[in-house]
Design a protein around this ligand. Structure first.
Ligand code: S3P
Length: 437
């Protein structure tokens, strides 16, 4: 059911301290990689967004026992993993579920079918089908799109040079490689994509090494058995991004965001905000379950400047680009975002949709083949007039970007399809209401 919400003119300053919602990428992996331990583990700070719940339901169907001790604590018992599913495995809106589960399932002795919603059924799956097939996987698809039908294959390790930096591709291959007694599996990528899979596999004592070679980023794994251990998921910097950027652009805001995951493969936004001269400070760094974490203090930043964003940093902030585009409208001068062509393959075509929706607010934004050119403020005030109605295109990050744009608009704005926010950030509105009190 389509849910619309309406923002009510300029937001009051955001003030106070909040805890970052749990990380989506790590929550998926905690269940998927946790199930490979074939043991019993407790996962704390698990994200109960719709995407991760899709992964959870699929693993239950495959024979894992999964129970909640409280809202964000899960006990996974994988001793019966994996049994042939009795029904189609539905991944909902979640590309991570489909791509990682394909890597896991192609090593099993049974047939399984992975399906998804309208958005997921349009997303490219060739990027995993091709390399997994080179390993010997038997995957049938609808012209390289979902549904994917996976049947028993005989896998062998390969070295695969991925043309794109994609954590989902890398993870699918590593999950298959880990279950393959025949040979080693190596993935090489042109830039380092998020490395939660590698870090979590190390945490569970898998046989895995990372390296750099000829300017490429590599990882090699072998058939390994994993040690069951309790795991703590860190906070999601991609969710915190909406609060960080809202605090930077809403007058007189001052917010401390606690327990943000600070894995360097995810912190491109912090680097960019520092470069743009935002008022941002990282505090209390720590290491939790082999992942860096810390707090961030962020204050209203009226003197930000546009900058160029491209190259190696793109995979480190890929999911933050819709909200960075909004940030750029509030900085002085021009911001250029390039080398981000894969934005077209996310939950929506994020180049076309971000351009279309931010233009409705009056933003001076031009989509390009691989990013955006955004003209920010020219000295004075760049806040929006409002009275705008935006669409979400089945994409949580477009819905949340529309909402933050509404907070810097004078008149009310309507955001349609707000239910998509549930995929990654179920208490989004509560957090913003609490910070405004
Ligand atoms: C993810 C990887 C990224 C990211 C997605 C989550 C993951 O995609 O955009 O939201 O959890 O592995 P890529 O596979 O393109 O890196």
């Amino acid at each position: 059911m389509c849910r619309s919400i309406v923002t009510q003119g300029f937001s009051a300053p955001l003030k106070g301290e909040i805890l970052t919602p749990p990380d989506k990428s790590m929550s998926h992996r905690s269940l998927i990689i946790g199930s490979l331990t074939k043991g019993k583990i407790k996962i704390s700070n698990f994200l109960t967004g719709a995407d991760c719940l899709a992964t959870l339901e699929i693993l239950k169907e495959l024979g894992c026992e999964i129970n909640f001790l409280d809202k964000n604590t899960v006990v996974l018992n994988a001793k019966n993993a994996y049994m042939a599913p009795k029904k189609e495995l539905y991944c909902g809106n979640s590309g991570t579920t489909m791509r990682l589960m394909t890597g896991l399932l192609c090593a099993q002795n049974f047939k399984s079918t992975l399906s998804g919603d309208v958005s997921l059924s349009k997303r490219p799956m060739k990027r995993i089908i091709e390399p997994l097939s080179l390993m010997g996987a038997n995957i049938k698809s609808n012209d390289n799109k979902a549904p994917l039908v996976i049947e028993r294959g005989k896998l062998k390790g390969i070295e695969y040079k991925s043309p794109i930096a994609s954590a989902q591709v890398k993870s699918a291959l590593l999950l298959a490689g880990l279950q393959t007694p025949d040979g080693t599996t190596t993935v090489l990528e042109p830039h380092l994509s998020r490395n939660h899979t590698e870090k979590m596999l190390q945490f569970f004592d898998a046989d895995i090494e990372t390296f750099t070679k000829d300017g490429l980023f590599g990882v090699t794994t072998r058939h390994s058995s994993l040690t069951p251990k309790d795991l703590n998921v860190t906070g999601d910097i991609s969710s915190a991004a909406f609060i960080m950027i809202a605090a930077a652009i809403i007058k007189n805001s001052d917010v401390i965001i606690k327990n943000i995951g600070l894995n360097p493969t995810r912190t491109g936004l912090i680097d960019v905000m520092k470069r743009m001269k935002a008022n941002i400070e990282v505090l209390n760094c720590d290491l939790v379950s082999n992942e860096e974490t810390g707090d961030i203090r962020i204050k209203y930043s009226p003197d930000m400047e546009g900058c160029e964003i491209g190259g190696d940093i793109i995979p480190r902030l890929i999911d933050e680009i819709p909200i960075i585009a909004l940030l750029a409208t509030q900085a002085k001068g021009v911001t250029v975002i390039k080398d981000a062509r894969d934005l077209k393959n996310k939950e929506s075509d994020r180049i076309a949709c971000v351009e279309r929706e931010l233009r409705k607010f009056g933003a001076k934004i031009q989509g390009t083949d691989d990013g955006f050119i955004i003209e920010g403020k020219n000295g004075g005030n760049a806040l929006f007039e409002g009275n705008t109605e935006v669409e979400s295109y089945h994409d949580h990050r477009i819905a949340m970007t529309g909402y933050i744009a509404g907070l810097i608009s004078e008149k009310p704005c309507k955001i349609n399809g707000f239910e998509w926010v549930e995929t990654s950030f179920p208490n989004f509105l509560n957090i913003f209401e609490n910070l405004r009190k």
